[in-house]
Ligand binder design. Structure first.
Ligand SMILES: NC(=O)c1ccc[n+]([C@@H]2O[C@H](COP(=O)([O-])OP(=O)(O)OC[C@H]3O[C@@H](n4cnc5c(N)ncnc54)[C@H](O)[C@@H]3O)[C@@H](O)[C@H]2O)c1
Length: 358
């Protein structure tokens, strides 16, 4: 097995999950890191026993076979361009870029060099999402007729909504652009490339700086299925739920507890006496014990969606697996992130103009 040297740039929050994942990836070794903050880079070096602090991206690229980009998305495009130009392997956090024009340029360079890009679409690799996809593929819920994604949060539980200085606030659509790739690739995974139908926003008086549009609903559809994505900055419950309604049943994935449930009971008069929600809760409870035990074991082993994705990337490097993120999925996500982000900004500008005109 060939050993690939890995260099990671951007030693902030998510770098820890990446470095844990690289430690589990056979045939890959993180040889160095880089960050504008040398103090932070040195912290990660000490935590993960990494030998080299690269002073800048060029030095890192020159010394490594694989570059792992964990910086804010605003600097992804030029960084990715350098990695591709040097002919090195690229793995990069989502959102891949902040504008579709940057993606077009990158895509042309990738085509020319015959390289692939792996974007961290990690939720696809979570236990609960994999379980949900298995149920769907087994035909347990029939045809997908509706997808509902809820990302309902508030500044009390979302570090990116705190204050007015986080880099996500400067993205098109603000903080929502940071998470939107997750919503779009999940929809794509379960229902294919649904087309954008509508974006509807509200700006309330309590909107935090990072989410001027503090309530957003996005509608996607094709001739068979409808999907909605709801972002809220006003929900103290912190709900992150993904529901797939099929013609014969429903799957609900609670993203934060990595728990999927399947509801396939048909309506019957005698079931109404007990109540279908109660009967379904009983079925869920039977699955809960082994599922929760496995969840705890995964947590102890630091077995994360990132580690599954990065391990598949390692297999891809060895020629033993396809790249973890197909180009069609990446393309879909980048295009709609751009359109939706721009549409949120357009509606906010219109609201501000109307307020100023009054
Ligand atoms: N997949 C997920 O579940 C997930 C979760 C959190 C964050 N992310 C993504 O990961 C990326 C980073 O997010 P984060 O929360 O770790 O951010 P962060 O702000 O905690 O860390 C970013 C780091 O990048 C460094 N940096 C910025 N510009 C740089 C440059 N030009 N050269 C070198 N270093 C530079 C900063 O100093 C900082 O240490 C973002 O794209 C974010 O959307 C993904």
């Amino acid at each position: 097995m060939k050993t690939f040297t890995v260099g990671l740039v951007g030693c902030g929050h998510i770098s820890v999950t990446h470095l844990q994942a690289w430690q589990k990836t056979a045939g890959c070794q993180v040889v160095g890191v880089s960050d504008l903050s040398h103090e932070l880079a040195q912290k990660r070096m000490a935590e993960f026993n990494i030998p080299t602090l690269f002073p800048d991206l060029d030095t890192l690229i020159a010394a490594c076979d694989v570059v792992d980009i964990c910086t804010p998305p605003q600097v992804h495009a030029w960084m990715a361009e350098k990695v591709i130009a040097a002919g090195k392997h690229l793995i990069i956090e989502k959102p891949l870029v902040t504008a579709v024009a940057d993606w077009e340029k990158l895509k042309a360079n990738l085509r020319q060099s015959g390289q692939e890009v792996t974007v961290i679409h990690n939720l696809k690799f979570s236990h609960s999402v994999q379980q949900a996809k298995k149920w769907l593929d087994e035909g347990r819920i029939g045809q997908v007729i509706r997808i509902r994604r809820e990302f309902l949060t508030s500044p009390s539980s979302d570090r990116m909504l705190v204050g007015n200085g986080h880099w996500s606030h400067q993205l098109p659509g603000g903080r929502w652009f940071e998470t939107l790739p997750h919503e779009l690739y999940l929809t794509h995974y379960f229902a294919g490339p649904l087309a954008l139908d509508a974006v509807s926003i509200i700006h309330t008086e309590q909107a935090p700086a990072g989410a001027s549009a503090d309530e957003v609903v996005i509608v996607l559809k094709d001739g068979r299925s409808l999907a909605t994505i709801h972002f809220s900055a006003n929900c103290e419950q912190n709900r992150r739920v993904f529901t797939v309604q099929g013609s014969e049943g429903m799957i609900t994935v609670d993203i934060l507890s990595d728990f999927a449930t399947l509801a396939t009971l048909k309506d019957q008069k005698n079931r109404r006496v007990v109540g279908r929600p109660l009967l379904e809760a009983g079925q869920t409870a039977l699955r809960a014990f082994p599922d929760r035990t496995a969840y705890l074991q995964r947590r102890r082993r630091k077995d994360t969606p990132h580690s599954h994705l990065i391990q598949q990337f390692g297999h891809y490097l060895q020629g033993q697996a396809p790249p973890p993120t197909p180009l069609a999925e990446v393309d879909y996500v980048v295009r709609y992130c751009d359109q939706i982000g721009q549409e949120i900004e357009r509606q906010l500008a219109e609201m501000r103009k109307m307020q100023n005109d009054v």
